[in-house]
Design a protein around this ligand. Sequence first.
Ligand code: FAD
Length: 318
Amino acid sequence: MKITDHIKNANGKTLFSFEIIPPKKGNNIQDLYNNIDPLMEFKPPFIDVTTSREEYVYIDKGNGLLDRKITRMRPGTVGICAAIKHKYDVDTVPHVLCGGFTKEETEYVLVDCHYLGIDNVMALRGDAMSHQKYFIPNEGGNHYATDLVKQIQDLNCGKYLHDVIESTNKADFCIGVAGYPEKHLEAPSLQTDLKRLKEKVDAGADYVVTQMFFDNNKYFAFVDAAKKAGINVPIIPGIKPIAVKRHLQLLPQVFRIDLPETLISEVEKCKTNKEVRQVGIEFAIQQSKELLAAGVPVLHYYSMGKSDNIQAIASELF
Ligand code: FAD
């Protein structure tokens, strides 16, 4: 079922969902199941599965030279989506990226999703590779998420790449896109970034999931500004519980988001990672309670593969 239908059918009740990352290449899917199992009692209507783009690795050839190879550390997004969908009878949302894929490769991923009965996809640009300063699209790939949304919409209309005749076998994907309450790090202003978000919605995006944020006022202001900009699709808040002390530096550095002073000082007082994890849980519970009271459509949690903290949060709320 489409995410937008899940939201409609909930009749104003806030839903619980979460995002997982595929295991590292060579690991077992059972580890993933072990982390999903405890969250199923909260009846998530959908689970997102991220996609990681390819990276360069340098292999020592033993003669003083390095060999540059390309690798994908966490492949298998669509396979994992299919496995989870059929094991738990839950909708899954594969993340589809512009970066690292040609349009043809993207089309094959989408065709696979269609065959597997996956009704929702999250359309994202992806980031630059670690050695790059800026995002560079693949030759023959999509540049911005808007272009990817357009490609998915083409499939929804039966228009496949290079096909002379339109197919009668149309896809019917519900499309999610990313939104940034504190603006995307490359955007020159929040207003410009909102204009870009509007372009994604005008191209066919059905809902938005936000980047993590720790100050609900930023989310509320973002939703208001989005409405004023003519964006009328559901905007789902993304919530990340702080789990290790290093997040105090890492999250602002990677995602250009601010952390509230109260949270910083509570985390700084912690002596162990277990204490930090507990502070993260308690903060996320308070944050979620306020969002719940405001009637957000879904509370969407970034689990990063470990679910004990998400379970602790959900058990207070759902
Ligand atoms: P876009 O919407 O294309 O925007 C990227 C930047 O370009 C923005 O600054 C925007 O303002 C600007 N822009 C857009 N259109 C134009 C235009 N026409 N001209 C000029 N500028 C323009 N990354 C992964 O690698 N894998 C994942 O699974 C993943 N999942 C995510 C899930 C969520 C909910 C979120 C919020 C992010 C996720 N990301 C993921 C990270 C995401 O790929 C990065 O934030 C990326 O840098 C931007 O992606 P986007 O889809 O928002 O890009």
